[in-house]
Write a protein that binds this ligand. Structure first.
Ligand SMILES: O=C(O)Cc1cc(O)ccc1O
Ligand SMILES: [Fe+2]
Length: 428
C-alpha cells in the first residue's frame, strides 16, 4: 500500500482538497460550490460551545449524506452500550486472557466485542471498552457511530481507515481517533486484534500540562490528520449506524467517501506513541500515572475525567530507594487496562498482549506477588523498561462487564490468586 500523506497538529484548522479548486475560499457556503459539489457542515460540538472546545468541519462532497435509504435494525450479539446493557459487576479484580481472532470471515464492526461499559450516550457520559477481532476488510460498507467517538488501539495487524476526510494507516504502537458521527471503514492486512474506547462524553483532547510547562507528554505537532481523498468507483454501499445503543443498516447507491475537499478542526487523527515524551521520577517514589496521559475527555467536575487515555511506554527507571512498580492502591476511578506488546511491570507474566484487566472503583490491586518479590530486592541501578506498551482507559464511573466479558470464555478463573503470595512478614 502506498504511503499516505497527512496534515500535522492537534486540533488545527486544517484544509485539504483532492482536486485543485474544489475548496471554496473566503466563505463556507457559496451560492454554487466549485465543481458542482454540495457543502455540508459536520458539527461535533454545539454551535455555541466555547471557542476552544468548538469542533466542526465543512465537507464539500459529490452528494450530501442525506441521500441514503431508510434504516432497519441490525443485530449484533456482542456490541453493548451504556450501563443499561451490562451486567452487575462483582467487586473483584477481573482479567481476561487474549481472545482468539475468529476463523470465520469477520470485519471490524462484526468483530466488536464489548468488555466493559458505564454511563449513557444520551447523557453524553461514560465510555465502553471493546475488543475488535477482524480478518476481513470492510469493502462497500461504512460505519457511523452517533453514540460516541472511537479511540482505536491496534494490538495485532495494521489497519487502513478510510474516513469521510481521508485515509489513515495505523499499526500497533499507533492509535487513532474517529469523531462521533463520521463515516469510516477499516481494511485489515491479516488477522487483526485491538482495543476500542467508545467515548460517549466530551471529545478527547490533550491534557493541561500545569508545572510541566509548554512542552512534553504528547506534543500537538505529532498528531496527524488525513488529506482529502474520495472513492470514484460507482456502486452501492451499506451504511451501518450505531444510534442509541442499537445498530441500524441502510443501503445507499453511492460511496459515502465522496468528499472532494474539506476544512475544519473536527477530523480523525492518528498518533504514534513512540513520540510520547515520558516524564518520571529522577529522585525517588513512583509518581501518579497521570503523567502518562495522552488524551483526556473531561467530565463536568474538574480533574475527574470521563475517560483518560494513559500509556505505559518504554522508559528509564532510575528512582533511588524506591519501590519502582506501581504501589498497592484503591482508586475511586475505575481502571481498564490492555497490553499492546511486551510485559507490564506490575504483572510481568500473567498479563498477556491482547488481554485486558479491570480494577474497578475501590477494588484493591497492585503488583502481583512475583513482581513484588523482584522489585523489593532488585539492585536499583538505572533500568530501561523496553519493548513494552500497556495502556489504561481510566474513568470516573464504575465500569460494568458485559455477558460476553463474564461468560465469553476469556475471563480468568482466579486472577486474584496472583496476590495470595503476599505474606505477612511482620516480625512476630
Ligand atoms: O493499576 C495499574 O497498574 C495502573 C497504575 C499504574 C501506576 O504506575 C500507578 C497507578 C496505577 O493505577
Ligand atoms: Fe491502578
Amino acid at each position: 500500500m502506498s504511503e499516505l500523506k497527512y496534515q500535522a497538529g492537534f486540533g488545527n484548522q486544517h484544509s485539504s482538497e483532492a482536486v485543485p479548486g474544489a475548496l471554496p475560499l473566503g466563505r463556507n457556503s457559496p451560492q454554487r460550490v466549485p465543481l458542482g459539489l454540495y457543502a455540508e457542515l459536520l458539527s461535533g460540538a454545539a454551535f455555541t460551545a466555547p471557542r476552544v472546545e468548538n469542533l466542526r468541519s465543512w465537507l464539500y462532497r459529490r452528494q450530501p449524506s442525506v441521500v441514503v435509504g431508510g434504516y432497519q435494525p441490525l443485530d449484533h450479539a456482542f456490541l453493548k452500550t451504556g450501563a443499561a446493557q451490562a451486567q452487575l459487576s462483582p467487586p473483584d479484580p477481573l482479567r481476561w486472557a487474549p481472545t482468539a481472532i475468529p476463523e470465520q470471515p469477520t470485519d471490524f464492526v462484526q468483530g466488536l466485542r464489548t468488555l466493559v461499559v458505564n454511563g449513557d450516550p444520551d447523557a453524553h457520559t461514560g465510555m465502553a471498552a471493546h475488543l475488535y477481532l477482524a480478518n476481513r476488510s470492510m469493502e462497500r460498507s461504512a460505519f457511523i457511530n452517533a453514540d460516541g467517538e472511537l479511540l482505536i488501539v491496534p494490538q495485532q495487524g495494521s489497519l487502513r481507515l478510510t474516513t469521510e476526510l481521508g485515509r489513515l494507516d495505523v499499526r500497533p504502537g499507533e492509535i487513532c481517533v474517529v469523531p462521533r458521527g463520521m463515516a469510516f471503514k477499516v481494511a485489515v492486512d491479516g488477522p487483526s486484534r485491538g482495543y476500542v474506547c467508545e467515548n460517549y462524553g466530551a471529545a478527547l483532547r490533550l491534557p493541561e500540562l500545569g508545572p510541566i510547562g509548554s512542552n512534553g507528554l504528547a506534543n500537538a505537532r505529532d498528531f496527524l490528520a488525513p488529506v482529502a481523498c474520495f472513492e470514484a468507483e460507482p456502486g452501492a454501499y451499506e451504511i451501518i449506524k450505531k444510534f442509541g445503543g442499537q445498530l441500524w443498516r441502510a443501503a445507499q447507491a453511492h460511496s459515502p467517501f465522496n468528499v472532494v475537499a474539506w476544512h475544519g478542526n473536527l477530523t480523525p487523527y492518528k498518533y504514534d506513541t513512540a513520540n510520547f515524551m515520558t516524564i518520571g521520577s529522577i529522585s525517588f517514589d513512583h509518581p501518579d500515572p497521570s503523567i502518562f496521559t495522552v488524551l483526556t475527555s473531561p467530565s463536568d467536575t474538574p480533574g475527574w475525567a470521563n475517560v483518560d487515555f494513559v500509556i505505559f511506554p518504554p522508559r528509564w527507571m532510575v528512582a533511588e530507594d524506591s519501590f519502582r512498580p506501581p504501589w498497592y492502591h484503591r482508586n475511586v476511578m475505575s481502571e481498564f487496562m490492555g497490553l499492546v506488546l511486551g510485559q507490564y511491570d506490575a504483572k510481568p507474566e500473567g498479563f498477556k498482549p491482547g488481554g485486558a484487566s479491570l480494577h474497578n472503583a475501590f477494588v484493591p490491586h497492585g503488583p502481583d506477588a512475583e513482581a513484588f518479590a523482584k522489585a523489593s530486592s532488585a539492585e536499583l541501578k538505572p533500568h530501561k523498561l523496553d519493548n513494552t506498551l500497556a495502556f489504561m482507559f481510566e474513568t470516573r464511573w464504575r465500569l460494568q462487564p458485559t455477558a460476553f466479558a463474564l461468560q465469553g470464555g476469556s475471563l480468568e478463573a482466579n486472577y486474584a490468586a496472583c496476590w495470595q503470595g503476599l505474606n505477612d512478614s511482620f516480625p512476630a
